[in-house]
Design a protein around this ligand. Structure first.
Ligand code: PSU
Ligand code: MN
Length: 336
């Protein structure tokens, strides 16, 4: 016996629950460990669009002062597109959601002297009153705690080349499998193994969609990695509907929206590829492992390309922030 429509009681139950569906799956946590800025709190309680932003890109992803100017510019891009930015970091033993410019300057100046914090590091750093930049995984956790469904960055971590012997797979991927936040990024850098990363995301049940007319999966500095995303979304509204549906289904897993780098700023692919190959060899020779790998490779590629990779990196992060702002704005309208 099949019912075409759910019984009336189920419908009203769903409608009653719809309002708090976004909050009901949130982790229980001790709010002593989390500080939310007034602006972000106001935006969340009035159901305005908010975009979370990470801070490892500030502490470990870019050199000073570019890290600082980019962080501010990314916040501006989110605002210009109709959303409130919420940059996340751990400061003096608390997760901060929504940073002041002074906080951002402080993080930027401490470049590389602070801790790079992913899921596994949170309790250790917080219990010792420490500070650091949050990676994609830790930022997703913070966003989910306070009810921010969307987050923008440059690139996520992934499966490293040679992972079959090193086992180096970023915690970002398992986080995407377990935390219902949509991450807007330019895919993953080709310092990583892109097809293995896509396989891993599939295993984790992560909804991956290119933000374009085709399913070409971008490779950070280049618009096409030569690999396919399973889906694509062509507009902010289409992306927002997909996120709204995923959250509405209560799947509890994340989404990756992969935005190709704007055409005009994509640097010469071969120059970057050669630089990446050299940087990976250097990393191996110097026995760099664990969380040091990604920052080392990023800064070495930047040195080898004499800053060309950094210019492209900055431009694509800003573009991703604009896209995330636009999607967040549509999402807030859908959910109003
Ligand atoms: N990719 C970049 N720039 C970055 C990162 C990744 O192009 O700054 C940072 C992000 O914070 C990401 C983290 O979450 O590196 C992944 O580190 P690992 O590979 O150690 O998991
Ligand atoms: Mn790693």
């Amino acid at each position: 016996w099949r019912q075409k429509h759910p019984p009336a009681s189920a419908v009203s139950c769903y409608q009653e629950k719809k309002l708090f569906a976004t909050t009901s799956h949130r982790n229980r946590f001790n709010s002593d460990f989390v500080w939310v800025s007034e602006e972000v709190q106001d935006a969340l309680s009035s159901k305005k669009a908010v975009v979370a932003l990470e801070s490892t890109i500030i502490t470990h992803g870019m050199p000073y002062p570019h890290n600082f100017s980019t962080a501010l510019c990314v916040e501006r891009r989110v605002r210009e597109n109709g959303a409130i930015p919420a940059t996340v970091a751990v400061i003096n033993g608390k997760i901060h959601v929504g940073l002041s410019d002074t906080d951002i300057i402080w993080l930027a100046e401490k470049n590389n002297k602070l801790i790079k914090i992913s899921r596994r590091d949170l309790a250790s750093v917080i219990s010792q009153g420490g500070s650091g930049g949050t990676t994609v995984s830790a930022t997703m956790i913070a966003a989910h705690m306070v009810g921010i469904p969307i987050f923008a960055t440059g690139g996520i971590g992934g499966v490293h080349r040679g992972a079959e012997s090193s086992f180096d797979v970023s915690a970002d991927l398992t986080e995407l499998g377990r935390t219902p936040v949509a991450v807007v990024s330019s895919g993953v850098k080709s310092i990583l193994d892109i097809p293995k990363t896509l396989e891993y995301l599939e295993t984790q049940g992560v909804l991956v969609a290119s933000f374009s007319d085709s399913c070409q999966f971008p490779a950070f500095f280049t618009r096409d990695s030569g690999h396919q995303a399973p889906y694509s979304v062509g507009t902010h509204l289409e992306a927002a509907k997909m996120i709204d549906c995923q959250l509405g289904l209560g799947l509890l897993s994340g989404m990756l929206i992969a935005v190709p780098i704007p055409n005009e700023i994509s640097p010469a692919g071969q120059i970057i590829e050669d630089a990446i190959a050299k940087a990976l060899t250097l990393a191996r020779e110097r026995n760099i492992t664990g969380r040091e790998v990604t920052p080392f490779v990023l800064s070495t590629v930047n040195q080898i390309t004499q800053g060309e990779s950094l210019v492209a990196n900055i431009a694509l992060v800003e573009n991703n922030a604009s896209v995330a702002g636009g999607i967040a704005h549509c999402l807030a309208q859908l959910r109003a």
